[in-house]
Design a protein around this ligand. Structure first.
Ligand SMILES: Cc1cc2nc3c(=O)[nH]c(=O)nc-3n(C[C@H](O)[C@H](O)[C@H](O)COP(=O)(O)O)c2cc1C
Length: 219
């Protein structure tokens, strides 16, 4: 699977099969999480076979059903952008391994969820993980011209980056971001009010970089 296939295959999944994660997939995922933590200074933790955070033993919890695995996204305060960027890197690695996911800021049992926080760290949110009852459906959303200054004739790498960006998950599918390009330099900003917009920005940045092969440098 190439990166675009993985990004196109990823959709939020909230209903999971009663099947433990494959141990080999868990080993690959843990290695990716460790690499992300080393690079970013985050303290992301994979929690497996834990039914409480989503009340997996009950018929459903909100929109969730049967979720027993999740990534607890912990890190130093003020790292929203990194939390989004590296969390999505784990999400897409999971997708590559056939594991479905859903970012979850609100609809989980915060009092029950497991995970450790060191001094000066906080819990950002969790990412539900497992084998989905379905693979989910594509979100309806904005076009590349809605979220950028893209015009016909712009470089191919810019178009590919934007196409990847609009596939990214954002809180309540708000897609409140805007790209602008000046030659080779691309800027990415929050556009409008919303919740978790800075964290969304990190997720979107990861997609753009994967699709375009270029890095975004924040000034
Ligand atoms: C930061 C963030 C927080 C989210 N919080 C929740 C949540 O609390 N509950 C939920 O069911 N979905 C949550 N989502 C999932 C979004 O609703 C979903 O990503 C969006 O509708 C786009 O759909 P897609 O992921 O299928 O592309 C969240 C997504 C993000 C990025």
């Amino acid at each position: 699977m190439d990166a675009f296939e993985v990004m196109r295959a990823r959709h939020s999944v909230r209903s999971f099969l009663d099947r433990p994660l494959d141990p080999e997939a868990v080993a690959v995922l843990r290695a990716e999480i460790d690499a992300c933590n080393r690079e970013s200074g985050l303290h992301m933790q994979l929690i497996t076979d834990e039914p409480e955070a989503f009340q997996a033993g009950k018929p459903s919890y909100g929109q969730f059903r049967g979720c027993r695995n999740y990534l607890m996204l912990v890190g130093p305060k003020g790292k929203d952008l990194e939390a989004g960027y590296y969390g999505e890197r784990v999400v897409l690695k999971a997708q590559e391994l056939g594991i479905n996911s859903c970012w979850v800021a609100l609809t989980y049992r915060k009092d029950k969820a497991q995970g450790e926080e060191g001094p000066g760290e906080k819990r950002y949110l969790v990412i539900a993980l497992g084998y989905g009852a379905t693979n989910g459906v594509p979100h309806k959303g904005k076009s590349i011209t809605d979220v950028s200054d893209y015009r016909e004739g712009d470089p191919d790498w810019y178009r590919r980056g934007l196409e990847a960006a609009i596939l990214a998950p954002t809180a309540v599918n708000q897609q409140k971001f805007r790209f602008e390009r000046d030659g080779d330099r691309v800027t990415l900003k929050v556009a409008g009010l919303g919740f978790y917009t800075k964290l969304d920005l990190g997720i979107v940045q990861y997609h753009f970089e994967l699709g375009s092969g270029r890095r975004i440098v924040h000034s």
